[in-house]
Design a protein around this ligand. Structure first.
Ligand code: NAD
Ligand code: ZN
Length: 368
């Protein structure tokens, strides 16, 4: 039985469907969401050879033809050049606003396809079919879409909600283990933000999630989607502080990604794991959070095979000022402070607006 998580956004609301083997039913789920019987499926060169035939069978069984648009894998595809080519290809297929474009891949394919859908004909429909753990628990839900530019990541984009999210957790079997672990960091994040019972569950069952036991993965994905859906429903466009809580570990983490060149040295989720450990250690050092909670966070991430210290990613003490400079690059400064997501304990994250840059730099230098 698929788990269905609604995203409550009025007439733009939609369902997230999660189940092992759901791909077989994806055609039937997509068919009512699109007028055209020929579906543009945007995907990448890793995903399509592995799972394209099964998607095609499912869609054809529901009376839908498939037109695959297969892009190069990886972050480089979130560019103006690839976006332009994709828009041209979609327009050549006579896509209308009543159609739904399907994004079949990880967060790169989802962000790019969602943005193309947002701007084509001033907004066409799209459906997210995430194939990475990170995309299933994070990027496919919530309507943030976009591309990267020379000035930085995700700086050009739009809010555009999908018509549905269809997550077949069986597709994760082919995902490289490192990508799986990186996605797991974002699952743990939801427990750390405001759901201590879910963090307890992760401590007890995380091993089964990482081993891809179907019931454990389905629960972890659905619970993460529930958490994200609640935040998105409360603060769709990040105008209050609510959606900002999803950035737990991300200010520290982005700085580490920037320092290591946004490459394979440190995947996004791996950087977020270190960033969450740092946010908890920093909170403990400020006397906000019991040190035992910070130790539990670090222990669980390490048990999941994730690194928890910047030094483990080869970053040395002299990097502290550069890390702070990276933080300034992607965040708005308030005087000489930056907003940070800190925690009073596990499941008690909050937005702190009194963190001085000098204090962060000292903390990082001490850590390294
Ligand atoms: P990704 O899309 O690059 O996928 C990671 C790798 O796994 C790629 O090489 C891909 O080809 C491969 N892959 C995907 N599914 C596979 C499968 N089932 N089997 C084998 N290989 C598979 O990366 P990602 O981690 O999914 O997403 C990262 C992107 O998501 C970033 O661009 C980030 O900015 C974005 N993101 C967006 C949001 C949002 O709210 N929109 C949130 C978080 C992250
Ligand atoms: Zn993230």
């Amino acid at each position: 039985q698929p788990l269905i998580v609604p995203v409550a956004l009025g007439d733009r609301g939609y369902d997230i469907h999660v189940a092992d083997g759901l791909l077989a039913r994806a055609g039937a789920l997509v068919a009512p969401l699109t007028r055209s019987r020929r579906i543009a499926v945007v995907t990448d060169e890793n995903v399509w050879p592995l799972h394209g035939a099964a998607l095609r069978r499912s869609f054809e069984a529901a009376g839908l033809g498939v037109h695959p648009l297969v892009l190069g894998p990886g972050e480089a595809s979130k560019s103006f050049t690839v976006l332009a080519d994709l828009c041209d290809a979609l327009l050549a297929l006579d896509i209308t606003r009543a159609d739904a474009i399907v994004a079949f891949g990880g967060g790169v394919i989802g962000d790019l396809t969602g943005f193309a859908a947002a701007i084509l004909k001033r907004g066409t429909g799209f459906v997210q079919m995430p194939t990475t753990l990170l995309a299933m628990v994070d990027s496919s839900v919530g309507g943030k879409t976009g591309i990267n530019t020379a000035a930085g990541k995700n700086l050009v984009g739009a809010f555009h909600q999908p018509r549905a999210v269809i997550a077949d957790t069986a597709l994760l079997a082919t995902l490289p283990p490192r990508e799986r672990q990186a996605g797991y960091a974002e699952i743990v994040k939801y427990g750390l933000i405001n759901d201590p019972a879910f963090f307890d569950w992760c401590e007890a069952q995380g091993r089964r999630v990482l081993a891809l036991e179907p019931d454990a993965v389905a629960h972890a994905v659905a619970q993460s989607c529930r958490a994200k859906a609640a935040v998105v429903a409360a603060d769709e466009r990040e105008t209050a502080d609510v959606r900002a809580l999803l950035n737990l570990g991300h200010t520290f983490g982005h700085a580490l990604e920037a320092e290591t060149g946004f490459g394979t040295a440190l995947l996004h989720g791996e950087a977020v794991a270190i960033g969450m450990a740092q946010a908890f250690r920093f909170s403990a050092a400020r006397g906000l959070c019991p040190p035992a909670d910070a130790e539990r966070v670090v222990a669980h991430l390490a048990a999941a095979g994730l690194r928890t210290r910047a030094a483990e990613a080869g970053i040395t003490a002299d990097a502290a000022p550069r890390l702070v400079a990276h933080m300034l690059h992607d965040k708005k400064k308030l005087g000489d402070t930056l907003p940070f997501i800190l925690a009073r304990g596990i499941g008690q994250a909050f937005v702190a607006k009194d963190v001085a840059l000098a204090e962060v730099e000292r903390f990082l230098a001490d850590e390294l």
